[in-house]
Design a protein around this ligand. Sequence first.
Ligand code: NAD
Length: 511
Amino acid sequence: MSEQIQETYKHYIDGEWVEGDGSETFESVNPANDETLGEFHAGVESDVDRAIEAADEAFDEWRELSHIDRAEYLWDIYHELRERTDELGEIVTKECGKEISEGKADVVEAAHMVEWAAGDARHPKGDVVPSEIGSKDSYMRRKPRGVIACITPWNFPVAIPFWHMAVALVEGNTVVWKPSSVTPWCGQIIAEMFEDVGIPDGVFNLVQGFGSEVGNPLVDDERIATVLFTGSSEVGHAIADTVGGEPGKLAACEMGGKNGIIVTEDADLDVAVHSAIMSSFKTTGQRCVSSERLIVHTDVYDEFKERYVELAENVAVGDPLDEDTFMGPLTTTDQVEKFGQFNQLARDEGATVLVDREDLDDAEIPDGHEDGHWAGPFVYEIGYDPELRCLKEEVFGPHVALVEYDGDIERAVEIHNDTPYGLSGAIISEDYRQINYYRDHAEVGLAYANLPCIGAEVQLPFGGVKKSGNGYPSAREVIEAVTERTAWTLNNSKDIQMAQGLSAEITTQDD
Ligand code: NAD
């Protein structure tokens, strides 16, 4: 892959680079300076149809390979991700604006997911299960489901595609992938990697483009066995509704969050402030696990507020390629607009604004980056009220509410859980009883104590509850969404014996 894209880039279907049937193209833009990074062909329904057909045809041969043989292709990709981490990390940063250590971490996380999936190929598969009948052997075995549609967001443009695809491929499925139209350059590079490692034609297919033209027909096609979706709740729930009406088809959707951190009266405030700043502002607040709510006990509220606000006033916003930057720009102009609208909503709902860096001072914007999608922290305090939209809806930016509470851990967790989402959260406390209460009662899929609520690792399940997910997490547990289980029982006797005391005797009228 060249450092800078030079041509109009194509789809990768059935082992070929093709322009597709559409006449439209779209651009990838660097959010730090609004410069065009490259141009891409936008896919249409017939391109999706061709990609699904190729994946469908490739499935029979691919599933006949052993797990270990399939994993060999992934090991080659693992080594490429490792060897090219710096180069690819820079491309992630250029295309989605996260600061450079995060750009590289995105690639490292992808490598970890590939390593986990490929390594898992040599681990035992399924379960040996006891039977009531001594002469029967029972097993739980897994089979691939078929063609998997993978639809991914822009905020982890290398890691999340591999959350979806690595396990799906090792388990014997074939894939049609639609990356976000915001990060097609990362999509191009990943497809080139699959080509480089010689994956058989049709096993992996890439169709670039938009949700309406590519995503919709992919979700609707009856040849798709599972839709793996990571992105917004609006799109994810619509996909889950569509797929839910089609018997035998599955949708595994991982969506947004309105994540909270509880700081109790027993918190170590160094840990609290550090964790909260990381959770609020890493990736410019554009992680699904970013925290937009800090729920702080009244006994420590003033000190926490003073220290948190001082840091939020000063965190370094700037060129994401500069190693001294803490926060890069927002990724899209839509995000800048949404951030501004929610900041205004908070004001309208009665917030007292503590930090307002929505419009950065000219002096803060690096030279040559005047057209970037800049935004700094916006922090406010507001009294808890279950009716407040600013405490319930995901902004996906550096927009943070401080909420003071008085009372016990039960009260803090009640406020924490009062959102339709349930992705990630944290408690900061030195009291193990408070920590354990939070662990057992916080309505989230990812819970942390004395840590930021970001930073998941691939060997754990990754997924939310309530509006954040539908129970098929990403990362290692995605296996549930891309395989079917067979309860397999073998009789080692010539006699047929049944469980539960069911008679196996066949009686006739003469008996
Ligand atoms: P998005 O929902 O706008 O887009 C996600 C993907 O869906 C993109 O590829 C997009 O093109 C596609 N899409 C859009 N409309 C579609 C349609 N009608 N049919 C099929 N596909 C369609 O999300 P985004 O803006 O790319 O990402 C940000 C969101 O993702 C945030 O809400 C964030 O919380 C969430 N997210 C969740 C997780 C998680 O694991 N829970 C991880 C990262 C991001």
